[in-house]
Structure formats: structure tokens, C-alpha cells
Design a protein around this ligand. Structure first.
Ligand code: SF4
Ligand code: SF4
Length: 155
């Protein structure tokens, strides 16, 4: 299983600590995806980001899929409803001004090299990089076939 990425989204408000940020890290999850290498894989990215509440970001050579949906255990007050039994990744991640933990408060929004929230932003990036995607090419795969293959690859 690909390791999930706990990180506040780039559009999260700048914040100082866990009491003032609005529990940004409990409002999404992100998974590293295979680095796209060909036109078909770049077209998959277009499919992913066409869905609601999905974003894609890049850090160095690594690509991530981000799902902007809150954790079911996040309370209306912004606290964890299963604090004593919360998953390990929630325990390890946190704000630490000394930099020992991953969230460094006000610096978090600077961690992404690129962040895409919609199809237009992603396509602008691909065009700027001279990257073509499958549906631009002749003889493209049918969406139904691509969808089945993508699901198969994720198993
Ligand atoms: S770890 Fe970071 S993003 Fe999560 S609640 Fe604390 S300050 Fe906010
Ligand atoms: S389990 Fe608790 S700490 Fe972990 S994401 Fe959900 S609300 Fe946040």
C-alpha cells in the first residue's frame, strides 16, 4: 500500500498551531501516486481531477492525489472524536515549531512545488511543460477502458 501523505492543503490558511488552524490536516487525505510517464497516464490525472473534492500536487519527483473530505471523527468543535484510539499517522503528524514533526505551522503552504485544484490548472501546467495527454492523440483509449485499467492498477 502506498504511504499516505499527511499535509495541510496548499490553500489552507496560514496558521500558527493546532488551536488556530481549524484542524486542516483532518479535512483531507493524500496518497502518493505513480509518477506519470506517458500520455495515457497524464490523461488519468485529468480524469482524477475532474472529480469533486480532488486535487493533485507535486513535490519534487513525487505526485500526490489529494481527497478534500473531512475525517468522520472530526467534531464540530474541530477536535478528534476518537482521540484516544486515533490512527498512528494522526499521532505522528503534528505541528512542531522545532521542525521535528512534519507540520511546521506557517510554513506548510510552501511545501508543494505545484498544486492543482481543477482541470484547467492541470492542463495549463501540462501545456507549459509541453506534455501531451492521451485524449489529444489519435486512436485514444475509450474512457471506459481507461477507467477499468486504472482501477485494476490500483488493486
Ligand atoms: S498538525 Fe498542523 S494542520 Fe494539523 S491541526 Fe496541527 S497545525 Fe493544523
Ligand atoms: S482520527 Fe482524529 S486526528 Fe485523525 S484525522 Fe480523524 S479527526 Fe483527525
Amino acid at each position: 500500500m502506498t504511504k499516505p501523505k499527511p499535509k495541510p492543503p496548499a490553500h489552507a490558511p496560514q496558521h500558527l498551531d493546532c488551536h488556530t488552524c481549524g484542524a486542516q490536516c483532518c479535512r483531507y487525505f493524500a496518497l502518493q501516486i505513480d509518477t506519470p510517464t506517458d500520455a495515457e497516464e497524464f490523461d488519468y490525472l485529468r480524469w482524477y481531477i475532474s472529480h469533486q473534492d480532488v486535487a493533485i500536487f507535486i513535490e519534487g519527483p513525487e505526485w500526490y492525489l489529494q481527497i478534500n473530505r473531512s475525517c468522520r471523527h472530526l467534531t464540530a468543535e474541530g477536535s478528534c472524536g476518537i482521540y484516544e484510539t486515533r490512527p498512528q499517522i494522526c499521532r505522528e503528524y503534528g505541528w512542531d515549531p522545532t521542525g521535528k514533526k512534519e507540520c511546521h505551522g506557517a510554513d506548510v503552504a510552501n511545501d508543494h512545488d505545484y498544486f492543482f485544484t481543477n482541470l484547467a490548472e492541470l492542463e495549463a501546467y501540462l501545456k507549459a511543460k509541453g506534455i501531451r495527454w492521451a485524449s489529444q492523440a489519435a486512436g485514444r483509449s475509450s474512457p471506459r477502458r481507461s477507467r477499468a485499467k486504472s482501477r485494476k492498477n490500483s488493486q
